[in-house]
Ligand binder design. Structure first.
Ligand code: UDP
Length: 336
């Protein structure tokens, strides 16, 4: 299955998840062209054997040139703004970067007759779900502009599939976390995600971590999330790509939720990190962050059934340990 060697354009391949997937593609024998504007990503995160093109997805001429000068078999689209909290302050940035730029990319792909697309989607599509674990066909009602900006892309993809025969996978990540290697990990600037924020405290870089909201309808009042190791996420992309390649022309889109099916509250994550780091990690209880759903837990039964995916690192302690190794060795991220 998926034996053909492909050349894959990886947008956002200098970012946290994209760079891990780029590495895995290379290891599987594919060629990788990373397209990234380096606004949030890091040149050093791009695997050595990948070609790096620094460019803007909004620049259609540049994209056309990229497709004209190379035979690209598939596109994996990671490049995006990802912070839900930020999206509730500047939604326009998310609709521009995530929605409009995806359309430009899709138009360029269609013009170049590239038919395989793997999209980084998100659990934020679901908003406050009616039930957990969340299945793929559950209602899509984002509570933040980030989720909406990605939902609009999923909707475009469905029409591009129906009308232009685009073969695509949409992988809805729950909370990506952990590090694939001690020298490759999460390095957002500024960092807003829970696990790296907690580890900044353990490193002595900040005094405490804020808990955003302690009055949610959850057992301990804090938000519950499903944390998934970045390497497990990455493997799902290769399985999806190979399945798309093997699929018939008009086969159905591959839409999958990706998580471990287990939820941890913010307080529980802090507790695990205290054990891993042997640091007391002081917390300050703070008001809710706008747009945060109370509970997001994935059912990943569909991708297990269809593609035989299963997580190798489902244990939260293992996930936090891998992140801690990265942050301890590279406390300045890729800047050291
Ligand atoms: N969170 C928190 N303090 C922080 C960062 C995040 O309490 O410093 C909470 C956040 O409100 C959410 C959960 O941790 O409930 C996970 O947030 P993160 O930003 O890591 O991922 P998201 O679920 O927004 O994609």
């Amino acid at each position: 299955m998926g034996a053909k060697r492909m050349r894959v354009l990886v947008t956002g391949g200098a970012g946290y998840i994209g760079s891990v997937v780029a590495e895995e593609l290379l290891q599987a024998g594919h060629q990788v062209v990373v397209f990234d504007n380096l606004s949030r990503g890091h040149r050093e995160a791009v695997p050595k054997n990948a070609e790096l093109i620094v460019g803007e997805l909004a620049d259609r001429n540049h994209l056309d040139q990229v497709f004209r000068l190379r035979v690209i078999d598939a596109v994996m689209h990671f490049a995006a703004l990802i912070e839900a909290g930020e999206s509730m302050k500047a939604p326009e940035d998310f609709f521009r970067n995530n929605t409009a730029n995806a359309l430009t990319l899709l138009e360029a792909m269609l013009a170049a007759k590239v038919k395989l697309f793997v999209f980084s989607s998100t659990a934020a599509l679901f908003g406050n779900p009616e039930r957990t674990p969340i299945e793929e066909d559950d209602p899509l009602r984002p509570t933040n502009a980030y989720g909406e900006s990605k939902l609009l892309v999923e909707r475009m993809l469905a029409w591009f599939h129906q009308i232009h025969g685009l073969r695509y996978a949409s992988l809805r990540y729950f909370n990506a976390a952990g590090a694939s290697r001690p020298d490759q990990g999460e390095a957002h600037q500024p960092e807003t995600h829970l696990i790296p924020r907690i580890l900044e405290v353990a490193l002595g870089r900040t005094e405490h971590v804020n808990i955003f909201g302690t009055d949610y309808p959850t057992p301990d009042g804090t938000c519950v999330r499903d944390y998934i190791h970045v390497s497990d996420l990455a493997r799902a992309h290769l399985l999806a790509l190979h399945a798309l390649e093997d699929a018939r022309e008009n086969s159905r889109p591959l839409i999958y939720n990706l998580g471990n099916g287990q939820g941890f509250s913010v307080r529980q994550v802090v507790e695990v990190a205290r054990k891993v780091t042997a640091h007391p990690i002081p917390v300050i209880e703070s008001p809710r962050r706008a747009g945060d759903p109370a509970v997001l837990i994935a059912s990943s039964e569909k991708i297990r059934r269809d593609l035989g995916w299963q997580p190798n690192f489902p244990d939260l302690k293992t996930i936090v340990e891998s992140a801690w190794q990265w942050h301890r060795i590279q406390p300045d991220g890729y800047r050291t």
